[in-house]
Ligand binder design. Structure first.
Ligand code: ADP
Ligand code: ASP
Ligand code: MG
Length: 405
């Protein structure tokens, strides 16, 4: 007997037929003698629809009320999955995040999990029930509903697997696993058999939406090995686990594209100590995550700062930065949303040279201009015009021979 945490994403529970199929799969796994905890997302599209509705009511809705609204997407599917299981004669109970004992901090719309009390889940498992938990949500110390950031059901599943000491954690989605690139964009992308936490983390934080990046961080921290696989078939998926020596033989494991960033340029600021600190303090105080940063060489005591922020935060960034402009010498602010970030990721970069040269040549051959560059030990990212995102992804994928894996 094994204890399995399974997470089903939005497409996997997208309609009544899919929900019945998921229930059959759960029953199949339970009939094998396993204890099953299931985490489900909202039906595909529902979270986006709810966000659109909120914005139609008012352009900048309160974040507390957003959580109140968005949490209902998952509340619908947990009840339906439990009912589908009942229909198959399987005892099952559904829980909201709070009922499942998922406690978070107070930050609405991107709360962090602080503690999990799995006592109720344990009790139900002992009683032979399948437990269905709403993904993407928790409750804070004041009893307020919080959500864990987009794609947060992945985090719910991985975070539950740790205290429940699950033998397996399975992330069911609409692709067979983690590919060398988004298979919707790069048709020749190949499924990976396994990938290290660090590579998965860099791909996820660079725009590969197959896993939420915070969930991968959590998995790494608590050593939760998990498998990404399809709910539409029984093919083996991709195992995400600690790096092992042979993984470094491959230079680039995958390519990611992120179209959800915006480029912010603060120009004409005083080139003196403290200017950058003031700009980034203002952004930090507004809880805005800054990604790539470039400061050009100052001329005549004047400098420009360019950086990227999530597109969802551009309004907040503008509000946070406007008051600081005077303090840094009357700088100007420009925000460009039509950009994309392209990244290549691989632990092999630690021991191989020439990765940047190969990437830049591939982009040059595809006639794609590079606006910003950043690197880490296992990643190179460039900002390019969004119109060239797909062309650039395919060019990079081919340049590193990822279609020949
Ligand atoms: P779910 O609703 O199951 O959480 P998501 O839509 O969040 O599913 O993630 C699955 C999608 O991620 C796939 O349909 C695929 O288009 C996209 N994706 C992006 N990059 C990759 C990649 N490297 N490997 C696999 N899928 C990827
Ligand atoms: N429903 C949420 C979202 O669309 C959480 C998830 O699907 O993981 O972001
Ligand atoms: Mg997802």
């Amino acid at each position: 007997m094994a204890r399995i945490v399974q997470k089903y994403g939005g497409t996997s529970v997208g309609d009544v037929e899919r929900i019945k199929k998921v229930a059959e799969r759960i029953k199949f796994n339970r009939d094998e003698g396993n204890e099953i905890v299931v985490v489900v997302s909202a039906r595909a599209g529902v979270t986006n629809e709810l966000i659109a509705r909120a914005k139609a009511v008012t352009p900048h809705p309160s974040e507390r009320e957003m959580d109140m609204l968005l949490s209902i997407g998952e509340q619908e599917t947990i009840a339906l999955v439990a009912m589908a299981l009942h229909g198959l004669g399987v005892p099952a109970v559904s829980y909201t995040g709070g009922q499942a004992g998922i406690f978070t901090d107070k930050v609405h719309t991107r709360a962090k999990i602080q503690a999990i009390n799995p006592a109720s889940i344990e009790k139900d498992l002992k009683a032979g029930k399948v437990v269905i938990v709403a993904g993407f949500q928790g409750v804070n110390a004041e009893g307020q509903i919080t959500t864990l950031g987009r794609g947060g059901s992945d985090l719910t599943a991985i975070a539950l697997a740790a205290p429940l000491k699950a033998d397996k954690c399975e992330i069911y989605t609409d692709v067979d696993g983690v590919y060398t690139a988004d298979p919707r964009v790069v048709k020749t992308a190949k499924k990976l058999t396994e990938i290290s936490y660090d590579e998965m983390l860099e791909l996820a934080s660079s725009g590969s939406k197959v896993m939420q990046s915070r969930s991968v961080e959590f998995a790494k921290k608590f050593g939760v090995v998990f498998e990404v696989r399809s709910s539409f078939n029984y093919n083996p998926g991709t195992i995400v686990k600690e790096e092992v020596a042979y993984m470094e033989k491959v230079v680039v494991r995958g390519v990611a594209v992120d179209k959800d960033q915006a480029k912010v340029i603060v120009s004409n600021i005083l080139d003196k100590p403290g200017s950058a600190a003031k700009v980034f303090r203002a952004l930090a105080d507004a809880s805005i995550i800054v990604d790539m940063i470039v400061q050009n060489v100052g001329r005549n005591g004047i400098a420009n700062l360019t950086f990227t922020v999530p597109q969802t935060d551009t309004h907040k960034a503008q509000k946070a930065l406007e008051p600081v402009l005077d303090e840094v010498g009357g700088g100007q602010l420009a925000i460009h949303e039509g950009i994309a970030k392209l990244s290549v990721v691989g632990v092999g970069m630690k021991t191989h040279s020439g990765v940047a040269a190969t990437l830049f040549q591939a982009l040059a051959d595809a006639n794609v201009n590079i606006e910003l560059i950043t690197t880490s030990e296992i990643k190179i990212s460039v900002v390019i015009d969004q119109a060239h995102a797909e062309t650039a992804a395919r060019a990079a994928h081919a340049a590193f021979q990822l279609d020949q894996l």
